[in-house]
Design a protein. Structure first.
Ligand code: SRM
Ligand code: SF4
Length: 613
C-alpha cells in the first residue's frame, strides 16, 4: 500500500484493537454452474434462468424489436439487452403526467459504448457526434468508466443507431451485463511510454475477455446466425451463464489514481523503472462501490493488492481472476455476487492460491507504489515525446450545447474536424484532446475559446463527479447530475469564506447507493436517500485508497451547506500543513476511520476484522 494511504497510518494502527482471526468458508472445489447443473437452477437468482434460456444472449430480442405497438421490450429481454450495451429506460420527469393520463411510460433506450482505455480517433468522434444529433437528443454522455452513453434512443431507431456505431468501427458488446465491462486505463498524458503500455494492456484484456457469441451482430446488424453448438465452442470462457455479476477491470499508472483502482474488481498498477517504462504490474482485486441502504450485508469495499505479475503474464492473470469469480461467485443472491463478496467469503489467501493454480505459477509480492490523487489534471500538458494534451472540464460528462453556456457538442465537432491526434475520455467524465503537435496547439486553443469550452474549474468542481440519476436512471432515489452544480456553487462560497477556495477536496454525488460516481471514496460523498434527501459520507482519502463513513443520515438538500460549513471552518483552523480534508476529519474525530468494507457501516469506529491481508 502506498505511503499516503491513511489506512496504513501507524498511529491509527497502534490504536486499533487486534482483529480476531477471520474464519473463511472452504472454497468450492469445482465450478458450480455447468450445463449439468442447470437443472438445479431453481435455486438460482432469476437472472441466471434468463441467461440459461437465452441461447447465448438472444432471448426474444429480435422478435421484440419488431413489435411496433410498444416502445418497450419484454422484462426478460430488458435484462438480456444489457449484455448488448443497452438499458431500457423511461423519462421519469414525464411519469406522473403520463400516469395521470393513463399513458404508457415514455420508453427509450440508453446505449453504452465499449471503448477500451477511452481512446477514439477524430473520425470516430465525428461519427459519434452525428449519431447523437440524429438519434439521441444531440448529446453524448461521458461516463465514469471512460466511455460514452447515448440517452433517449427510441426502439424504432435502435438498429439504425447500432449500425452507425458499427460503421464507426465501435461497438457496445458487453458494455453492460454480467460480463467483463469496458476496461479502463490511465490517460496519463505526461508519461507516454507508460500510457501506451496501460492502454495496450486494457485493450488486450478487453479483447481476451469479450463474449464470443454472435448474438450482437445477428440481432443489431442482421448478421448471419452462427448456430449455437456446445457451450465450449460458443463461449469458451463464460459458458452459457456468463458471470454471476458485472466485472470491472482498470489499469493505473502511478502517481495518479485517476482510474480509481480501489473501486474495481480487478486492477493492474504499473510498476515503473527510472525511465518510466513498465517493468510489471501489481494486481488488485475485490474493489466495488454498490450497496443497498439498510442492508449491512452489502457494502463498498476497497481492493486488496494481491501480488505482482510480469507483463507477459498479465492477461493470464486477468483471465484467471475472472474465471475464479465465475466459479466461486454467488449465483443465488445478486446483492452478494460481486468479486468483493467472494473475497470476503473465502479470503484473499485462498483466492490468490486458486489464481496461482490456474496460471500455473506463483504471483510475486507486491512492489511499492505511491498514489497522490484520484482526479484529472486539467489544461495543457506536454508529454515526454513533445506532443501536447489538453484536458477539458466537462460538467458531469454531458457533451451538449448549453443554452447561454459552453457549446461542447459543436465546439468539439469543429475540433474533431481539424484535430490530427486522438481524443481520450477520463474516468472522471472529462475529455482530453490528445497528441496535438506543437504547431496545432494555437488552433485548438482558439476553437476551445470560441465555443466557450471549459479548460478547468474551481478546485472543488475540478474534483467533482455526479452520476446521471434523474430523469433517466430507473434506480435513482434523488437528483445528482442536476443537483450537484448548484450545491457546489454554495459550497464554493463557504470554502472561500474560510480561505479554502483553492483547496483540492473530492466531492461526488449519486442518486442512490449503487455508487456510480464512486462516492464512498470521495472526501465528501452525497448519496441519494429520497427526493431532496441524502446520506452524507465523509473521511475518504484524497488518493482514493480509503472508504468514507456515514457522517449524517437523511440530510435535506437545504441543510447540506449548514452541515459542511462548520467542518470547513474547523478544517481551516486546525489542519496540519498539506493535510487533506478527509484525513483531517478522521484525525480530530469528526468521523471514524473505515478500515474496509465490513467496517463501513460501523459508525463507532470500533474496528472489526477486515478480512483482507
Ligand atoms: Fe452504474 C447501474 C450509470 C458507473 C455501480 N449505472 C447503473 C444504471 C445502468 C442503472 C440501472 O441499472 O438501471 C445507470 C444508468 C443511468 C443512466 O441513465 O445512464 C448507471 N454507472 C452509470 C454511469 C453512466 C454513471 C455516470 O454518471 O457516469 C457509469 C457508466 C460506466 C460505464 O461506462 O460503464 C456508471 N456504476 C458505475 C460505477 C463506477 C465505476 O465502475 O467505476 C459503479 C461503482 C463501482 C462498482 O461497480 O461497484 C457503478 N451501477 C452500479 C451499480 C451497483 C453495482 C453493485 O455491485 O452493487 C448498479 C446497479 C446494479 O448493477 O444492479 C448500476
Ligand atoms: Fe442511477 Fe444510482 Fe447509478 Fe446514480 S448511482 S446512475 S442513481 S444507479
Amino acid at each position: 500500500m502506498d505511503d499516503h494511504s491513511p489506512r496504513d497510518d501507524a498511529d491509527a494502527q497502534a490504536l486499533a484493537p487486534t482483529p480476531a482471526p477471520r474464519v473463511y468458508e472452504t472454497p468450492p472445489k469445482e465450478r458450480p454452474i455447468t450445463d449439468a447443473e442447470a437443472a438445479r437452477a431453481a435455486q438460482l437468482a432469476a437472472n441466471e434462468h434468463i441467461k440459461i434460456a437465452s441461447g447465448y444472449l438472444r432471448g426474444g430480442l429480435a422478435e421484440g424489436l419488431l413489435k411496433h405497438a410498444t416502445g418497450a421490450i419484454s422484462e426478460d429481454d430488458g435484462q438480456l439487452v444489457k449484455f448488448h450495451g443497452m438499458y431500457m429506460q423511461d423519462d421519469r420527469d414525464l411519469r406522473p403526467e403520463r400516469t395521470k393520463k393513463k399513458l404508457d411510460k415514455a420508453y427509450s433506450f440508453m446505449i453504452r459504448l465499449r471503448i477500451a482505455g477511452g481512446v477514439i480517433s477524430p473520425k470516430q468522434w465525428l461519427a459519434l457526434d452525428d449519431i447523437a444529433v440524429t438519434y439521441a437528443g444531440s448529446a453524448l454522455r461521458a461516463t465514469t468508466r471512460q466511455t460514452f452513453q447515448y440517452h433517449g434512443v427510441i426502439k424504432a431507431n435502435l438498429k439504425r443507431t447500432m449500425a452507425a456505431i458499427d460503421a464507426a468501427l465501435l461497438d457496445t458488446i458487453a458494455a453492460c451485463g454480467d460480463v467483463n465491462r469496458n476496461v479502463m486505463a490511465a490517460t496519463n498524458p505526461a508519461q507516454v511510454g507508460a500510457h501506451k503500455a496501460a492502454h495496450t494492456l486494457a485493450k488486450d484484456i478487453s479483447d481476451s475477455l469479450l463474449p464470443k457469441t454472435s448474438a450482437w451482430r445477428e440481432i443489431w446488424l442482421d448478421g448471419e446466425r452462427v448456430v449455437g453448438g456446445e457451450e465450449e465452442e460458443v463461449e469458451p470462457v463464460y459458458g452459457r451463464t456468463y458471470l454471476p455479476r458485472k466485472f470491472k477491470v482498470v489499469v493505473a499508472v502511478p502517481p495518479s489514481n485517476e482510474v480509481d483502482i480501489f473501486a474495481h474488481d480487478l486492477g493492474f498498477i504499473a510498476i515503473l523503472d527510472k525511465k518510466n517504462q513498465v517493468t510489471g504490474w501489481n494486481v488488485t482485486v475485490g474493489g466495488g462501490m454498490g450497496m443497498t441502504h439498510g442492508e449491512p450485508d452489502t457494502f463498498p469495499r476497497t481492493a486488496d493488492v494481491m501480488g505482482f505479475v510480469k507483463p507477459e503474464d498479465a492477461i493470464k492473470v486477468a483471465e484467471a481472476v475472472m474465471t475464479v469469480q465465475r466459479d466461486w461467485g454467488n449465483r443465488k443472491n445478486r446483492k452478494n455476487a460481486r468479486l468483493k463478496y467472494t473475497i470476503e467469503r473465502y479470503g484473499l489467501a485462498a483466492f490468490r492460491a486458486e489464481v496461482e493454480t490456474r496460471i500455473g505459477k506463483k504471483l510475486g509480492e507486491p512492489k511499492p507504489f505511491t498514489f497522490t490523487n484520484n482526479g484529472d489534471r486539467f489544461g495543457w500538458t506536454e508529454g515526454d515525446d513533445g506532443r501536447h494534451h489538453l484536458t477539458l472540464y466537462v460538467p458531469s460528462g454531458r457533451i451538449k450545447d448549453y443554452e447561454d453556456g459552453p457549446q461542447f457538442l459543436t465546439g468539439l465537432r469543429k475540433i474533431a474536424q481539424v484535430h490530427e491526434g486522438d481524443f481520450r475520455l477520463t474516468a472522471n467524465q472529462n475529455v482530453i484532446i490528445a497528441n496535438v503537435p506543437a504547431e496545432k496547439r494555437a488552433a485548438i486553443e482558439a476553437l476551445v475559446d470560441q465555443y466557450g469550452i471549459t479548460k478547468g474549474a474551481g478546485a472543488l468542481r475540478r474534483n467533482s463527479i455526479a452520476c446521471v440519476a434523474l430523469p433517466t436512471c430507473g434506480l435513482a432515489l434523488a437528483e445528482s447530475e442536476r443537483y450537484l452544480p448548484d450545491l457546489m456553487t454554495e459550497l464554493e462560497q463557504s470554502l472561500a469564506t474560510h480561505g479554502l477556495a483553492e483547496e483540492e477536496i473530492t466531492i461526488r454525488s449519486t442518486g442512490c447507493p449503487n455508487g456510480c460516481a464512486r462516492p464512498f471514496i470521495a472526501e465528501i460523498g452525497l448519496v441519494g436517500r429520497g427526493p431532496e434527501r441524502y446520506h452524507l459520507y465523509l473521511g475518504a482519502a484524497f488518493d482514493g485508497s480509503r472508504l468514507s463513513k456515514l457522517y449524517k443520515e437523511d440530510v435535506a438538500a437545504s441543510d447540506i451547506l449548514d452541515t459542511l460549513d462548520p467542518l470547513f471552518a474547523d478544517f481551516a483552523r486546525g489542519r496540519n500543513p498539506g493535510e487533506h480534508f478527509g484525513d483531517y476529519l478522521i484525525r480530530v474525530g469528526h468521523v471514524a476511520r473505515t478500515i474496509n468494507g465490513p467496517d463501513f457501516h460501523d459508525r463507532t469506529g470500533a474496528l472489526k476484522p477486515a478480512g483482507h491481508a
